[in-house]
Design a binder for this molecule. Structure first.
Ligand code: HEM
Length: 488
C-alpha cells in the first residue's frame, strides 16, 4: 500500500505540487480577503468590501469607470457596502475608500494624531524629503505655519496685488495677439502666467522669455508630478526628476547670491525663509520646489475650468461680466488696475470659483495612513492601513449638492464663511494640512477671471469632454478663439 502511494506520488509529483501550491495561494487570498493577513495580533472587524483581483485589486475597474463618470464606481460600492469600504486600489491592498464627508473631515482633522499624510514613494521622490506633503510632526507644523503666515489674506494686497495684475495683464496682451489658444494644456496658457507669478514670488525671477531653461525645468517638474512613475530616460517622470535637479541647482545659486548680497532688498519667499534663520538650505530648497508643485497646476486648472464652465453657461457668464464691467465703469476709463477694495467688493466671481472647485478641483483624493487602530462605527481600520479620502466624489454627490452635475454658481449666493465648515465641500482640504495657499488661489482666480471676461469674448473651437482622473483635464486643452472686446 505504502509502495502504491509512493508510486502515485512519484509519477504525479507535479500534480501534487501544483495542487498544494494552489491551496496555499487560495488560503493566502482568503486571508487577504478577510483582511487578516497583516500579521497583526488583533482580528478586527474590517470595513465591508472586497479585495478584488490579486495585486491589481479593483484599480482597472476604477479607472474604466472614472473615464465615463465621477460617481459610478462610488455609487455602486456605496450601495453594496456603505460610504466607507475596503478596496484594493493603486497597489495598496490594505486600504479603505471613504466617500463619507463627515469621516473625511474627521480623518483630515486628526492629521498627526490618528492619521498622517502618506503619498506614493514616486511622488515623495519628486517633491523631495522636505516637500511639505512628505514631512510630518513638528517640522510639518513649522513649515505649514510659515506658509500660512506668508500667504495670509492680509498679505495679499501688499505682497501680491501689483505683481498678479502686471503678470496677468502682460500675459493676456500676448493672447490678444495669438487669437486662438488652448486654455488648458501642458505648458498651457493659464499655467504660464501662474508660473511667471510663482517664479517672481518665490525666487524673484524675471519672466519666462528671459529664463527659458529654468522655466522649462519648472514646467517639466510640474508635468511629472502626476505622471506614471517610470524613471526611464525619455519618460515624463524621468524628465521631472532631471528638472528637479536643475531647479535645486538654481535655488542653491539664489541662496548663495542672497547671502553674498544681503543689501539687495527682495520681496520673495526665499528671502522670508532665509530670514527665519532656522531652516537648513535643503529644507528651504524643497519648500520652494513644493510651492511650485502646489501653487501652479492647482490654480491654473481652476482658471481653465472656470472658462470652460462659463463658455457652456452663458447666463453665468453674462452675470459675471456684468459684475466686472460695472467695476471697471465705476473706476473710469484708462484705470484698469484693481485695488484691494475692488477685490473685496466682488461677489459673483466667488460663486463661480466655488462652483468650479466643486466640480473640478485638483484635489481629487487625499491619502492618509492610520497611525493606530481606528474604530469607525462598528468596524476597525487597522494601524498602517491607507484611507483614500475621495473629496471629489462627495463634491458631486446628489445627497449633498442638488443637481450635483450642473454648473450652478447661484447655489453659493448668500453663503459666507460657513461654507468652509461644510464637510461635503473641502477643495482646500481641512485640519493641519489645510491649504495655506487658499486665499492666494482665490485671489489669483478672481483677478484672472476679472481680466479675462472684461477683455475678451470667445468661442470654443471644439466640443470638449473633460475627464476627472487622475486630475481634471480637457481634451486638447480646450481650444478657444479670442476676440478683443476693445473691437466691439
Ligand atoms: C485652486 C487651487 C488650490 C487647491 C484646490 C489646493 C488644494 C490643496 C489641498 C487640498 C491641500 C491639502 C493636501 C493634504 O491634505 O494632503 C493643499 C496643500 C497645500 N497647498 Fe494648496 N491648493 C491650491 C492652491 C495653492 C497655492 C496657490 C499654494 C501656494 C502658492 C498652495 C500651497 C499649498 C501648500 C504649501 C500645501 C501643503 C500644506 C501641508 O501639507 O502642510 N496651494 N492644497
Amino acid at each position: 500500500m505504502e509502495q502504491l502511494i509512493h508510486s502515485i506520488v512519484d509519477s504525479n509529483w507535479y500534480l501534487w505540487f501544483f495542487g498544494l501550491f494552489t491551496c496555499v495561494i487560495l488560503l493566502l487570498l482568503r486571508r487577504g480577503k478577510d483582511g487578516q493577513g497583516d500579521g497583526s495580533a488583533i482580528k478586527p472587524k474590517l470595513p465591508p468590501g472586497s479585495a478584488g483581483l490579486p495585486f491589481i485589486g479593483e484599480t482597472i475597474r476604477f479607472l474604466l469607470d472614472a473615464k465615463s463618470s465621477r460617481r459610478k464606481f462610488f455609487d455602486e460600492h456605496e450601495l453594496r457596502y456603505g460610504p466607507i469600504f475596503r478596496c484594493n486600489l493603486f497597489g495598496r491592498a490594505r486600504a479603505v475608500v471613504s466617500v463619507d464627508p463627515e469621516f473625511n473631515k474627521y480623518v483630515l482633522q486628526n492629521e498627526g494624531r490618528l492619521f498622517e499624510a502618506k503619498y506614493l514613494a514616486s511622488f515623495r521622490h519628486l517633491i523631495g524629503k522636505y516637500g511639505l506633503s512628505a514631512v510630518q510632526g513638528e517640522l510639518q507644523r513649522k513649515l505649514h505655519g510659515t506658509a500660512v503666515n506668508l500667504l495670509k489674506h492680509e498679505r495679499l494686497s501688499s505682497d501680491f496685488m501689483d505683481d498678479i495684475q502686471d503678470i496677468f495683464l502682460a500675459g493676456m496682451r500676448k493672447w490678444e495677439e495669438q487669437g486662438d489658444i488652448p486654455i488648458q494644456h501642458k505648458c498651457n496658457q493659464a499655467s504660464i502666467i501662474v508660473l511667471n507669478l510663482m517664479a517672481k514670488k518665490l525666487l524673484d525671477l524675471p519672466p519666462a522669455e528671459e529664463m527659458k531653461d529654468v522655466y522649462k525645468a519648472f514646467d517639466d517638474f510640474v508635468g511629472a508630478v502626476f505622471s506614471l512613475p517610470l524613471n526611464i530616460p525619455g519618460t515624463t517622470y524621468a524628465r521631472g526628476i532631471q528638472a528637479r535637479g536643475i531647479l535645486l541647482k538654481r535655488i542653491h545659486e539664489c541662496i548663495k547670491e542672497r547671502r553674498q548680497h544681503p543689501e539687495v532688498v527682495r520681496n520673495d519667499l526665499l528671502t522670508k525663509l532665509l530670514r527665519e534663520g532656522t531652516f537648513s538650505d535643503e529644507i528651504i530648497a524643497d519648500t520652494i520646489i513644493f510651492f511650485v508643485f502646489a501653487g501652479v497646476e492647482t490654480s491654473s486648472m481652476a482658471m481653465a475650468f472656470a472658462v470652460k464652465y462659463l463658455t457652456e453657461n452663458p447666463r453665468a457668464l453674462e452675470e459675471l461680466r456684468a459684475e466686472h464691467d460695472a467695476l471697471l465703469k465705476a473706476k473710469g476709463k484708462g484705470n484698469e488696475k484693481l485695488t484691494w477694495n475692488d477685490y473685496q467688493s466682488m461677489k459673483f466671481v466667488h460663486c463661480v470659483i466655488n462652483e468650479t472647485l466643486r466640480l473640478s478641483s485638483a484635489t481629487v483624493v487625499l491619502f492618509r495612513e492610520a497611525k493606530q487602530d481606528i474604530k469607525v462605527k462598528d468596524f476597525v481600520i487597522p494601524k498602517g492601513w491607507t484611507v483614500y479620502a475621495f473629496l471629489s466624489a462627495t463634491h458631486v454627490d446628489e445627497k449633498y449638492h442638488y443637481e450635483a452635475d450642473k454648473f450652478l454658481p447661484w447655489r453659493w449666493q448668500n453663503k459666507g464663511q460657513e461654507i468652509l465648515d461644510e464637510p461635503c465641500y473641502m477643495p482646500f482640504g481641512r485640519g493641519g494640512r489645510l491649504c495655506p495657499g487658499l486665499h492666494l488661489a482665490r485671489f489669483e482666480i478672481a483677478l484672472f477671471l476679472h481680466n479675462f471676461v472684461t477683455k475678451f469674448r470667445w468661442e470654443a473651437l471644439e466640443v470638449n469632454h473633460a475627464t476627472h482622473f487622475p486630475l481634471p483635464s480637457m481634451a486638447k486643452g480646450f481650444p478657444i478663439r479670442l476676440h478683443s472686446r476693445a473691437d466691439d
